[in-house]
Write a protein that binds this ligand. Structure first.
Ligand SMILES: Cc1ncc(C[n+]2csc(CCOP(=O)(O)OP(=O)(O)O)c2C)c(N)n1
Ligand code: SF4
Ligand SMILES: [Mg+2]
Length: 351
């Protein structure tokens, strides 16, 4: 509850990361979501990922829209920058912030209503532009905050709590992100912290648009028989294509899996993603193959999870715009307003 302050006391021997911070330093205020909501489990994974990555809280900005999912940034990273924007408008606010200050890590948290219904256009443009961000959709297939209407990710034929059948086709944000050119695309399940936490870590270390669609059951309005986003349904139909470890360059890389079952992917900063394949059919560097595989499995009623696609050499929006290395908000007045003669010369070059 917002009026209950979290106790500051904690066990004196809580493990600390390289910066001397404990997990408590990455927490936020007490959650007001329904007890058992999948969104709270995702918050726990975000806290764990930031703790393990040794992120300085003041170097991260968390942004969201409106919805139960978009409320969650209040429940983690209480010492980071935060902006709770308007319904469906998080991506453009995040893009603007990122362009103004490229030195921060950007975490966008959204819902299926926020990103696939009202915010679909914003979602699409931030992905296709390659904004350097981790974009997590906490996908429960309903508008949880407004009491359970179907969202654009509700599967055709799935039933509401009152038994109403959804007749509209679903938008699959993972397939869409692949088509739009996202350079890191994953799907996970709030109930699988062992899979989700390394995916968040890898997404945060990726340069470019990293998208994670996380199925997150709404226990209040979408956790019944007939729903395809319930805990039971996702557990029964989940097909994980791989498991991920993120290995920082400082640590020796020991992979103890049999040859042929582990694929190493080196990212920009030298960090290695160790992908343990669960089936030898899956290649996460093949965008077209990923789209086809998703469609084939969806036709069988399966929900594919894991790291579905990654381009380790991806560039971001700053690279395509050719912005300077210094964050724009750190440039002095002289650099930002170089004077009328420079403007004259620029105009002349365009005539
Ligand atoms: C412009 C606008 N339209 C509609 C609403 C009402 N509204 C608030 S949250 C929401 C849907 C939230 O669904 P989702 O993003 O899936 O989040 P969830 O609550 O399921 O986590 C809607 C329609 C609003 N706040 N603003
Ligand atoms: S209504 Fe659904 S999405 Fe919202 S807090 Fe409750 S369980 Fe979570
Ligand atoms: Mg929702």
């Amino acid at each position: 509850m917002t009026y209950i302050t979290k106790p500051r006391l904690h066990h004196p021997n809580l493990p600390a990361n390289d910066l001397g911070f404990t997990r408590r330093d990455y927490e936020g205020s007490v959650s007001t979501l329904c007890a058992g909501c999948g969104h709270d489990s995702i918050s726990a994974s975000i806290i764990q990922a930031c703790f393990e990555l040794n992120i300085e809280p003041h170097r991260l900005a968390k942004l969201s829209g409106i919805g139960c999912s978009s409320k969650t940034p209040d429940y983690f990273l209480g010492n980071s920058h935060g902006f709770n924007s308007v319904h469906g408008r998080m991506p453009s606010v995040l893009t603007g912030a990122n362009l103004a200050n490229r030195d921060l890590l950007y975490l966008g948290v959204s819902g299926d209503g926020d990103s696939a219904s009202i915010g679909l256009g914003q979602f699409a443009h931030s992905i296709r532009r390659g904004v350097n961000m981790t974009y997590i959709v906490e996908n429960n297939g309903v508008y949880g905050l407004t009491k359970g209407q179907f969202s654009a990710t509700s599967d055709k034929g799935s039933k509401s709590k009152k038994g109403v059948v959804n007749h509209d086709s679903a938008i699959d944000l993972v397939s869409l992100a692949l088509q739009l050119g996202a350079t890191f695309v994953a799907r996970s399940f709030s109930g699988d912290k062992a899979q989700l936490t390394p995916l968040i870590k890898a997404a945060m270390r990726h340069r470019g648009a990293a998208f994670i669609d996380c199925i997150s059951p709404c226990i209040q309005f979408n956790n019944h028989a007939g729903s395809t986003k319930s805990f039971d349904y996702v557990r029964e139909h989940n097909e994980a294509v791989n498991r991920l470890d993120v290995v920082t360059p400082r640590e020796p890389i020991h992979i103890d899996h049999a040859p042929g079952t582990t694929q190493l992917v080196t990212q920009h900063d030298g960090e290695v993603l160790a992908l343990h394949k669960l089936g030898d059919h899956y290649d996460p560097s093949d965008r077209v193959g990923a789209i086809t595989f998703l469609q084939q499995r969806a036709a069988l009623g399966e929900i594919v999870t894991g790291l579905l696609y990654v381009d380790p050499a991806a560039e971001d929006l700053h690279a395509s715009l050719g912005t300077v290395d210094t964050p724009l908000n750190a440039l002095g007045g002289r650099a930002l307003t170089p004077g009328s003669s420079v403007l004259e010369a620029l105009n002349a070059s365009l005539r």
